[in-house]
Design a protein around this ligand. Structure first.
Ligand SMILES: NC(=O)c1ccc[n+]([C@@H]2O[C@H](COP(=O)([O-])OP(=O)(O)OC[C@H]3O[C@@H](n4cnc5c(N)ncnc54)[C@H](O)[C@@H]3O)[C@@H](O)[C@H]2O)c1
Length: 422
């Protein structure tokens, strides 16, 4: 595909911004459309808010003609539009309102021969049954007059090894011509594409991948609770099991799951199965149940640990190391750390968070202060709980300075410390 094609990326978040940057880097003229004025202002000023995109990278894109805007009129005459808007749950049900709004906007500028690609994570059938009818109603075009496809995003924020370019990209189209256009576009951006037979297959790929992770994390979480009661060190068993070169994949326990994917995506699939087939997706229900219970388990363990020291949770100073939902990222949406804090705080604990990746202004809605990672903060806490294994959290400092530690990530392995591992 030639780089003269005008590209629009709708949604400039964790998924859409790296995509816009890559398209700009390979030479496409790119418009990044986002509904959030503050985000767009920040982009226009060359100030990135997404960890995987540096401000330097953003500034180079701006110098090469990348435009960040809230105005759909700036997207006129696009050739390819990629849609990366949120797909949250609302009252436990899929909320496709953002996809609908994006389709209504794009429909006004959709021309014959142009291509629209949905990237948001969603249930099988969304592209053809929900997205396409809106595009067609607004544009007046019919299927076959424009190209349409679905390509799931596999971005893993903070992963230093696999990024957008070297992670194979699954691509699909509503017909062969659409598949060929979608494939040509992403082939210009990534090392390898993986064409599949239908948009529904591609939609299911993403949900399969995330449900697989969700279920396996739940498995080790439940096993961690049982192993402790059996007097077995789950972490050593996991290390040993991980030496098997086939048939086993390493997952580790923790305080729960978070972010925009694992707590949400499997429920999209479960909803579709229930709505279409009338069946309950039992694996998803069970995994939800186990993973959602983990913050309660951390609360119970924290209470017991303090009790052992003749202290009550009520009135104790508890320092939570890690607010983000995973290592080396700043994203704290749906983070289990927030759930842990809520439970501890309800029991009267005095909570502070420490997270070098999360910036102060973004945490205005938090009820607890964000403090630096320092020996002083560790020493003044009655209990330190490691919730995220950020690289900045130096294990030897935590072990040496803290009075009492509950380590939910086995970060302090090999260190002498007062406390316990999950
Ligand atoms: N974050 C991840 O790690 C990840 C990985 C793979 C897939 N996904 C999926 O990708 C999609 C986007 O996720 P994200 O993490 O980038 O979300 P995000 O919240 O970081 O970004 C979405 C952006 O879309 C904007 N937006 C919402 N409605 C809009 C509209 N109608 N027009 C223009 N802009 C609009 C929002 O203002 C926001 O900036 C979701 O479906 C998510 O499940 C996320």
């Amino acid at each position: 595909m030639t780089a003269e094609k005008r590209v629009v990326v709708v949604g400039q978040g964790y998924v859409g911004l790296p995509m816009a940057m890559r398209a700009s880097e390979v030479g496409f003229p790119v418009v990044g459309l986002d509904a959030d004025e503050a985000r767009v202002r920040s982009l226009q000023q060359g100030d990135s808010y997404v960890g995987d995109v540096s401000s330097g990278q953003l500034q180079s894109a701006l110098a090469s003609g990348y435009i960040a805007t809230t105005d759909i009129q700036d997207c006129m005459e696009f050739d390819v539009a990629v849609v990366s808007v949120p797909t949250p749950l609302y009252d436990g049900l899929p909320d496709l309102s953002y996809i609908e709004a994006a389709a209504r906007d794009l429909g006004t500028h959709l021309r014959a021969g142009a291509c629209v690609i949905l990237e948001s994570t969603t249930y099988p059938g969304t592209t053809t049954e929900f997205f396409a009818p809106i595009l067609e109603e607004v544009s007046g075009l019919r299927r076959g007059e424009y190209h349409l496809g679905y390509s799931p995003e596999r971005i893993d924020p903070g992963n230093p090894t696999y990024g957008l370019v070297n992670t194979p990209k699954v691509v699909s189209g509503v017909d062969l011509e659409s598949l060929s256009v979608v494939d040509a576009f992403f082939s210009a951006l990534v090392d390898q594409t993986v064409p599949v037979g239908s948009c529904e297959e591609a939609e299911l790929v993403k949900l399969l991948e995330n449900t697989f992770r969700h279920v396996n994390i739940a498995l080790v979480n439940e096993l961690a609770m049982f192993a402790r009661d059996l007097g077995v060190d789950i972490w050593r068993s996991i290390d040993a099991a991980s030496t098997k070169p086939f048939g086993y994949m390493r997952f580790t326990p923790g305080p729960g799951v978070g972010g925009h994917c694992l707590p949400i995506d499997p429920s999209y699939l479960a909803w579709r199965v229930k709505q279409h087939l009338g069946h309950t997706f039992r694996f998803v229900e069970l995994a939800n149940d186990v993973n959602e219970h983990m913050p309660d388990y951390v609360h119970t363990r924290a209470t017991a640990l303090l009790n052992r020291e003749r202290k009550a949770l009520n009135g104790s100073r508890v320092l939570l190391l890690g607010l983000a939902y995973k290592r080396a990222t700043s994203d704290w949406r749906e983070s289990p750390s927030v759930e842990v804090a809520k439970r501890l705080s309800d029991s009267g604990a005095d909570i502070s968070f420490c997270d070098p990746h999360v910036t102060q202004p973004g945490t205005a809605s938090l009820d607890h202060p964000l403090v630096p990672f320092s020996p002083d903060e560790l020493t003044t806490a009655d209990l330190v709980i490691v919730l995220v294994d950020h690289p900045e959290f130096e294990p030897s400092i935590i072990a040496a300075k803290s009075h009492l530690v509950l380590d939910t990530k086995n970060l302090l392995r090999g260190c002498e410390f007062a406390g316990e591992t999950l």
